[in-house]
Design a protein around this ligand. Structure first.
Ligand SMILES: NC(=O)c1ccc[n+]([C@@H]2O[C@H](COP(=O)([O-])OP(=O)(O)OC[C@H]3O[C@@H](n4cnc5c(N)ncnc54)[C@H](O)[C@@H]3O)[C@@H](O)[C@H]2O)c1
Length: 241
């Protein structure tokens, strides 16, 4: 038989939980109808680092952030693509630095992060965007490619966030954006390694967000972006209804 005191606290927790849920729903509704300009933060002069900035969504984000007045840092293992992104950003009149970094190499990530801090400054917005897909059936996926998929799509987030979060915590200002995927919510045929790595990326974002909240660092945010198919070449030929 439960003690009346415990029952009381359980009911209190439930009431609080329901009230908080109602508050969150109300807040979401209000924010949905609030004009965009009141919801967006000013990022003029902010330093934005985008991993995988050398093509696709990463390059587009570099250009968009540059249009909004941010200074861009792009990291990619593809040196030529990375330099092309830098050329396009500079053509917009914005500042940009490109670093050739292999995100599979943890030490290289920490070394590049140290260089960015010294040569550019404190990163305000970190966008974990780089990703790979092998597109192979489970039994045809080599061990090495499975490991690489996790290294780029998941583990790299740990190294980049470890490298840049401390400065964000100190100033209580910063944003970590994790480009995951709808494949991080729903399993897909032929994408066992990719889906698993993206499920992990979604979990990474959510757990980090809760940890920041528990630390009281209200100025450091995280955003998890879960796109469906976009024609960047990554999912060439894939059809979806
Ligand atoms: N395109 C889509 O349909 C789609 C859908 C859902 C999610 N996403 C996600 O969006 C992100 C961007 O995808 P995209 O479509 O622009 O792909 P993309 O292939 O055009 O870009 C990925 C970039 O990451 C870089 N990269 C890969 N391995 C790297 C490594 N080891 N070190 C450093 N850089 C590395 C590549 O060189 C490339 O420039 C990925 O995380 C992807 O999983 C894409």
């Amino acid at each position: 038989m439960a003690e009346p005191k415990n029952v009381f606290f359980a009911v209190l927790q439930l009431v609080f939980g329901l009230a908080y849920t109602a508050y969150c729903i109300l807040e979401t509704l209000v924010l949905t109808f609030l004009p965009r300009r009141f919801r967006m933060k000013d990022i003029t002069g902010d330093i934005v680092l985008v991993t995988g900035g050398g093509s696709g969504i990463g390059r587009l984000m570099c250009l968009k952030f540059a249009e909004k007045g941010a200074k861009i840092v792009t990291w990619d293992v593809n040196d030529a693509g990375n330099r092309e992104t830098m050329r396009q950003v500079v053509a917009l009149g914005a500042q940009c630095r490109a670093y050739t970094v292999d995100l599979c190499d943890r030490v290289a990530v920490y070394q590049a992060a140290a260089r960015v801090k010294e040569e550019v400054g404190k990163v305000d917005i970190l966008v974990n965007n780089a990703g790979i897909v092998t597109g192979k059936k489970f039994m045809e996926s080599s061990d090495d490619l499975i490991v690489k998929t996790f290294q780029v799509n998941t583990f790299a987030h740990f190294w980049t966030v470890k490298a840049f979060l401390e400065d964000m915590l100190e100033s209580n200002k910063g944003h970590v954006v994790n480009i995951a995927s709808m494949a991080g919510w729903v399993g897909c045929n032929g994408l066992v390694d990719y889906c698993s790595s993206k499920f992990a990326a979604v979990g990474f974002d959510e757990a980090l967000r809760l940890e920041l909240k528990a630390l009281g660092k209200t100025g450091v945010k995280t955003t998890c972006v879960c796109p469906v198919y976009i024609s960047t070449g990554m999912f060439e030929g894939v059809q979806s209804r």
